[in-house]
Ligand binder design. Structure first.
Ligand SMILES: [Ca+2]
Ligand SMILES: [Ca+2]
Length: 148
């Protein structure tokens, strides 16, 4: 049980998650040590990872839709439910400014827009934007991760 605890602590801190207390861990251990033999077997561990990754994906999805709501609140000026090119341009410009980068040229912007406007209707839908937000988040994660 202690080995599992140490392993889990390392694993979670690598994932940027607070280290669980022993009591949280005990509860976790009981949940996954299905046959109650005091060891986490391979399938029990696999089960844990599956659940963990699923929770992570769900949390990330929540985060993405949160971000998108905030984007729409700020940039969908005419409240059409879509970002047209002009609205998207303002959004992209602000994102770049946050990264301390100059505004995009029209060519760069059009390339960006065409890439994410999947259905080519000239407007950015929320699901089209979700693709961008996800890419953006994973790029940031890569840049910030301590392993090089
Ligand atoms: Ca709009
Ligand atoms: Ca579209």
């Amino acid at each position: 049980m202690n080995e599992t605890f140490t392993f889990l602590k390392n694993f979670l801190s690598n994932q940027g998650i607070a280290i669980p207390t022993m009591s949280v861990f005990s509860r976790f251990f009981e949940e996954f040590d299905i046959n109650q033999d005091g060891y986490i077997s391979k399938p029990e561990m696999a089960n844990f990872f599956r659940k963990f990754m699923m929770n992570k994906a769900v949390a990330q999805n929540d985060q993405v839709s949160d971000i998108i709501e905030r984007i729409w609140h700020k940039y969908d000026i005419d409240r059409s439910g879509y970002l047209d090119k002009r609205e998207t341009f303002r959004f992209v410009k602000d994102v770049l400014a946050q990264e301390r980068r100059p505004p995009p040229t029209m060519l760069q912007f059009n390339r960006f827009f065409d890439q994410y406007d999947r259905n080519g209707d000239g407007e950015m839908s929320k699901s089209e934007m979700a693709v961008f937000v996800r890419n953006f988040m994973s790029t940031k994660e890569r840049l910030q991760s301590p392993q090089r």
